[in-house]
Design a protein around this ligand. Structure first.
Ligand code: SF4
Length: 326
């Protein structure tokens, strides 16, 4: 049975973009494949962060994942830094990864532009840590969005280079292209993100959600209630497509075009559907927050499961690179 690996960066706030982009998919995948899911704290270190809140951020991410339905009975959920083999393998893979391949990574270019005051070497070698995350478990299937395809291709190339340099112990992982619609933020312009403060968190109350939706951008050409709208250019409609039922989406599309529905009512419908999804999640997050020992136990168990596989891979790696004795 092929193994799936996927990681998510720790974040103090998990928003509906994270839910649609990764978590919802994890919950489905864990039923079909042996799955390894990681909170990739080492990746998060490539951007400036507050060490005093890191543990809390990791804990919050774990509670959100569990509340969304990631089930430790069906998968291994763990924190990346708890399995040191990830970093050990990273260094070894670094020695077979051409510098030129890393310079072509578009995400490095993007992140360097966004963090021009902190272009650290970790930002540059980040894709090798990603390759190690995957190869350490000899994972076969990697759920990826379009923007991650280049990283996956690098992982495959790194596996090939390791195999041809030393011995063929890694297979090349395949991508499972997931339908991850780009969820724009409330500004209707940029991808939903915590740093841009344009997000809807999984923990919104009815009041905070409405405050956010009320000001959210719609079809800007629709000035008056009587103006027909164009759902194709409206981010509220995109959110409906992801969080509302098929029939309702169709109806909104039709009604919007003939000014049969106003934007306020349209947003209220969206709010209702979002709350139907997020309210039980919010309650479960609170439950897990009140049981930190249970959450840490789950992460510890996940790390132990992963360590067994990772240490076995490292034994194989060390034996073919000439370090078997050590
Ligand atoms: Fe957007 Fe809905 Fe307003 Fe149409 S009615 S412009 S879909 S918010």
């Amino acid at each position: 049975m092929p193994t799936v690996f996927s990681g998510i960066q720790p974040s103090g706030i998990i928003h509906i973009g994270n839910y649609i982009g990764a978590i919802k998919n994890w919950v489905k995948i864990q039923n079909d494949y042996p799955s390894i899911f990681s909170i990739v704290d080492l990746h998060a270190m490539t951007l400036r962060y507050d060490p005093s809140s890191m543990e809390n951020v990791i804990f919050n991410t774990a509670t959100a994942l569990l509340a969304c339905g990631v089930d430790p009975e069906k998968c291994s959920l763990f924190v990346q830094s708890a399995v040191h083999e990830h970093t050990e393998l990273t260094w070894i893979l670094t020695t077979v990864t051409p510098y030129g391949d890393l310079t072509r990574m578009t995400q490095f270019k993007d992140k360097s532009e966004q963090n021009s005051d902190n272009i650290n070497a970790g930002l540059f070698t980040y894709p090798i840590l990603m390759a190690a995350d995957i190869l350490i478990y000899k994972a076969d299937i990697i759920p990826v969005g379009e923007d991650q395809l280049q990283h996956l291709e690098l992982t495959r190339e790194v596996a090939r280079r390791f195999n041809s340099t030393f011995s063929p112990i890694f297979s090349e992982p395949k991508g499972m292209l997931t339908e991850t619609p780009k969820i724009l933020g409330l500004d209707g312009k940029y991808k939903m993100s915590k740093s841009l403060n344009n997000y809807i968190s999984l923990e919104e109350t009815e009041q905070t959600l409405w405050e956010k939706l009320r000001g959210a951008k719609t079809d800007e050409a629709r000035i008056k209630r009587t103006d027909p709208g164009n759902p194709d250019v409206c981010n509220i409609y995109t959110l409906h497509k992801n969080f509302s039922g098929e029939e309702e989406v169709k109806e909104i599309n039709t009604e919007c075009r003939k000014a049969g529905i106003g934007c306020v009512d349209c947003k209220k419908k969206l709010m209702k559907n979002l709350l139907t999804l997020t309210s039980p999640i919010r309650e479960k997050i609170e439950f897990f927050r009140s049981k930190p020992e249970k959450v840490y136990e789950i992460l510890e168990q996940g790390a132990q499961n992963c360590k067994k596989i990772a240490s076995q891979t490292m034994k194989e790696v060390k034996s073919v690179i000439g370090l078997k004795r050590f």
